[in-house]
Design a protein around this ligand. Sequence first.
Ligand code: ADP
Ligand code: MG
Length: 504
Amino acid sequence: MLDLAMNAPEPRRIAGATGDWEIVIGLEVHAQIATQAKLFSGSSTRFGAEPNANVSYGDAAMPGTLPVLNRGCIAQAVRTGLGLKSRINLTSSFDRKHYFYPDLPSGFQLTQLFQPLVSGGEVLVEMGPGLVRRVRLDRIHVEQDAGKLVHDMDPAMSFVDVNRGGMPLMEIVSRPDIRSPEEAAAYLGKLRLIMRYLGTCDGNMQEGSIRADVNVSVCRPGQYEKWLEDGDFSHLGTRTEIKNVNSLRFVQQAAEYEARRQIAVIEDGGTLIQETRLYDPDRGETRSMRSKETAEDYRYFPDPDLLPLVIEQAWVDGLGAGLAELPDARKARYIADFGLSDYDASVLTAERENGEYFEAVAQGRDGKQAANWVLNELFGRMKRDEGVDITNCPVSPAQLGGIIDLIGAGTISGKIAKDLFEIVYTEGGDPARIVEERGMKQVTDTGAIEAAVDAVIAANPAQVDKAKQNPKLAGWFVGQVMKATGGKASPAAVNEIVAAKLGL
Ligand code: ADP
Ligand code: MG
């Protein structure tokens, strides 16, 4: 586990014309729940289907249809809450939030305003060695997504695609505990990682599986601490909300731009209005979209078609018992059990699949050696190829493990192992068979090695004299012999024989 006695990073300060400013950020993250069917219908959630192929009568709000809650979605949201150390509310309820929008056939979104399924919780965000920001969560509620309008298919008309309508989302609302644009991006990255470990959201940001509303305000140093003390939001500045930001980098850029814009407005004697803005990544700026609506504007009320959602503690406990290992716990385990460095353990847990791959290689082998091969050889090699990652890399854990085993058995030298790795990477195949077929076995036959050493000594009398003065030069002979044997001689045997022949 992360050590909570660790220090929190300093909040970001921006020097303005009238003195220093600090940034305060809170995120509302919409994460699509990993599930086969929509929140209130049996329609498929598959991405990339033909427009309106995944739309049931209920999704299209045909009169007389009724919503039926998908238990699997609730289970996923509960798992997420448990993974984030939240409180699971055994009674929650669904409310209608009204909009007029052509991609929302019913005219309202089903969401949870008054009684969310999940309350509280936290995300620990590591910002550097020994620097951890603890971001508290307000709540996680479950809601449905809207459809989308397609404007670029016809010059005169817009089209409606309701495939996304009714998709299950978790809205994860943080407290305004994030203190710099970098932390905002890191927070979202950590949240994504935790959900990917839990298997509750696929985390695919290109497909819109995670979208963040970034709330930003600025205040003078000391004001945030006052808010922490008494919870009075008037200590903090006016916030704006940047809607639907869909990458970690854009979250950071948008927050940075927005904080600086706000400071400029205030220092110019202007007043900020609480509004919703859009981030334009091409221009690197935010633009006003609409003034902030209040809860009354949405005419929220409890959905009369849905009974309150009551779940049992035993069911929650069962989900908790089956919870996957989380990234912080896994990292701590790698450090403790395999003796890995903090950095190596971080890289191996930075994606869920990294750790799964590594553990498959480490199974029954030396963990540190397995980690070195995965991190240095495999990851180093994958970087040279566009589009190759751990999920589709050409070397399986069994193949990589096979290479390591051949080193361990003394069949090949460490140097030959690298050549073997390249062959397996580019051509595939069973490492042991490749070694056999291509004559890559390490030469441990001392007769053959002695002959090679004799030849090198005979050809280099001047070097021999020098080496007799300075035994460190024996390494040069070892190198020559290795070269002469194509790297196949056992380095240990070569060392020994060179030393003996030179009389060192
Ligand atoms: P709403 O429902 O109107 O969007 P909430 O009170 O639920 O408002 O807050 C939405 C988000 O705004 C939360 O993530 C919260 O942390 C964040 N937030 C609230 N006040 C501030 C502030 N002064 N600066 C930055 N973020 C804030
Ligand atoms: Mg909001």
